[in-house]
Design a protein. Sequence first.
Length: 295
Amino acid sequence: MSVVPEPSAAFDIERLLAAMRPRLHRYCARMVGSVIDGEDVLQDALIKAVEAHAAAGNVGNPEGWLFRIAHNTALDFLRRRNRQEALRGPAEVDMMVDQLDAVESRQIAATSLRTFMRLPVAQRSSVILMDVLGCSLKEVCEIMACSLPAAKAALHRGRAQLREIADEPDDAPQPRLSDADRARLGAYVAHFNARDFDAIRAMISDDVQLDLVSKIRMHGKAEVSRYFGNYSKVSDWHLVPGLVEGRPAILVFDPNEQDPKPKYFMLLDWTAGKVANIRDFRHAPYVLDGAEYRI
């Protein structure tokens, strides 16, 4: 992990948060097992960082300070969800950390989020920090607030368990959109692709909520209508109904590019047949990193 120069205690927190957001999300998403929940955790961590900044004093390593906040926020999320126990698991065994070859490093970096969730919290955190994000062992200890032997033990055991998981057969059934979800998403997508935004406005509730992630939040049909007007001015999108992490979603492709992968996605929530909430990741494309999606 590179260290951002720290000329004074009053470093530019907004600039740092903007630069670090994709890497922080990558960590949060893998800790909680979801790119969507990972963005929620990230936003909570960013709020905490801004609030703590004034009293932080002379922060020698701002990146490490931010990762520490994100780490603790992810643990709080896991505790609230009752899916993992608190950190402080492995016995502190002094052992050497084996160096991975380039192939194994790439394999771990590409590990699915669901697979990371099978590791205990300490093992998961140490593997993500070192093998996915490239932190040093010293930084891993600082972020996890643990001793060097404990970090080495967690990393060693986490890597070993990932090797065992990689050898298991993958026979899990593939999720599919239900007929009801495909019908209502299909109608929304068809009107959107046809640029019939009047028809889209008829589909949204009067008190619709919009989160244009990393950009702006809007409330109410009149305000959210400006959002559709902005889409009418650009041509770098084509919507397709699909799934993200098994959840009904809209995948957005750029018709001007040959890339078979979506650029970002949208999530819709419905109430009484109307769109009540829109979450658009256009300005947060990093959220797709590691996401499982299907058309």
